[in-house]
Design a protein around this ligand. Sequence first.
Ligand SMILES: Cc1cc2nc3c(=O)[nH]c(=O)nc-3n(C[C@H](O)[C@H](O)[C@H](O)COP(=O)(O)OP(=O)(O)OC[C@H]3O[C@@H](n4cnc5c(N)ncnc54)[C@H](O)[C@@H]3O)c2cc1C
Length: 447
Amino acid sequence: MISRHVAVIGAGAAGLVAARELRREGHRVVVFERGSRVGGTWVYTPGTERDPLGIDPSRPVVHSSLYKSLRTNLPREVMGFGDYPFLPRADGSGDSRRYPAHEEVLAYLEDFAREFGLEELLRFEEEIVGVGMADERGKWKVTWRTRNGGGDGGREEEVFDAVVVCNGHYTEPRIAEITGIDLWPGKQMHSHNYRTSEPFRDLVVVVIGSATSAVDISRDIAKVAKEVHVASRSYEVEPLGIQSGYDNLWLHPMIEKAHEDGKVTFLDGSFVGVDIILHCTGYKYHFPFLETNGIVSINDNRVGPLYKHVFPPHLAPWLSFVGLPWKAIPFPQFEYQSKWIAGVLSGRIALPSEEEMMEDVKDLYSQLEASGVPKRYTHNVADSQFEYNDWLAVQSGSRLSEEWRKEMYSETIRKMRARPVVYRDEDIEETLVSQAHEDFTKLPLHR
Ligand SMILES: Cc1cc2nc3c(=O)[nH]c(=O)nc-3n(C[C@H](O)[C@H](O)[C@H](O)COP(=O)(O)OP(=O)(O)OC[C@H]3O[C@@H](n4cnc5c(N)ncnc54)[C@H](O)[C@@H]3O)c2cc1C
């Protein structure tokens, strides 16, 4: 097996597991992290960006989009890595709930890094600002800026055989387009900059969106706001109108128009005078450091072309991405992708030819187009995540997804849709829980 010099960008869950798998395969790994600790998204920060919509490209970026009250939206059994389960701490400290608060996830990722000695691979406060082809054929020139010591620090560079991009994709906000918004006098914010409900006290708020963040945040705000109006393109989520259990929370179809006098009208004809619009409308992929001469590009949130969401055929295997798919269980999928990348880089696993990989990408695009799926859903693997994981597992010779994980995940999604406010405190099918825990006891590293 060939040992490569590999740069990993980011020390969130994806970067950590990529580093572990790459080193396990015998590669020499450096992980660049612009922050000062591991955990990425799970490093909660009370501070927000100066531009509440997060669209000013010159703004100093705050990485994490976590809000203070956030609890996981997946049960801990489902969420954890394959051979390092996310269990409550043996000494009883921390948050032992099945859907714990965010601090518990950060502690788990810190434990993971410590357990596998990943710290020695990490370089903190080094922000990657350039990844381009080096003069030496097939290699990458990686440029970073040191952020410690206050100022911007100097720029340095090093040549690597391969680069694995793990920079996360929940930092660069997507904003809803609203007719009339330019003349509307109220304030706007993206959920990336939402931390607590206090700034919304006594205000009339419109929350746009229907995914987990919109559900959590609208309920958080309803505790203190005068009125909360949730506008969503999705009619199926729950019945429209006033929400049961609240006297100040309404669900509407999408906004029709924002008006100069401060009113906002909805597509159902209702209207309300609004102080602030909060966009819980998701995020964009963003790789400001990547210089591939157009070989990899982003078009309507499709990153491509990428073979199996990981390798650009023309640059494979020397450039790869971990963690692009969404609507999936993140940590185990990062692990499957990382094992595959590590094995391909060492020569243990063969990739198809560039032409074959391009054909596969084109087939996916044709299928999506034929089914009327917009480009921006290219990396949505909701219906195929286990099939995709199993495909990756077969490539790298690792275990397939556990049946209990699949079933527990389906049960969670069903409950989340039916009872988005209380599902986290409901019991989970006991047999699935015992199967999971029985599996954990068989792992070499039982915690
Ligand atoms: C609000 C919210 C709630 C979520 N809830 C859950 C949940 O309940 N369960 C779950 O499993 N998942 C959840 N997720 C998904 C979560 O994003 C993933 O679990 C996972 O943390 C993503 O890991 P990552 O490593 O891909 O990205 P991140 O965690 O974002 O890490 C990326 C890292 O890259 C670093 N970085 C970025 N750019 C550079 C650069 N140029 N140079 C150097 N370093 C750089 C960042 O500082 C960061 O440390 C949630 C996400 C959000 C936003």
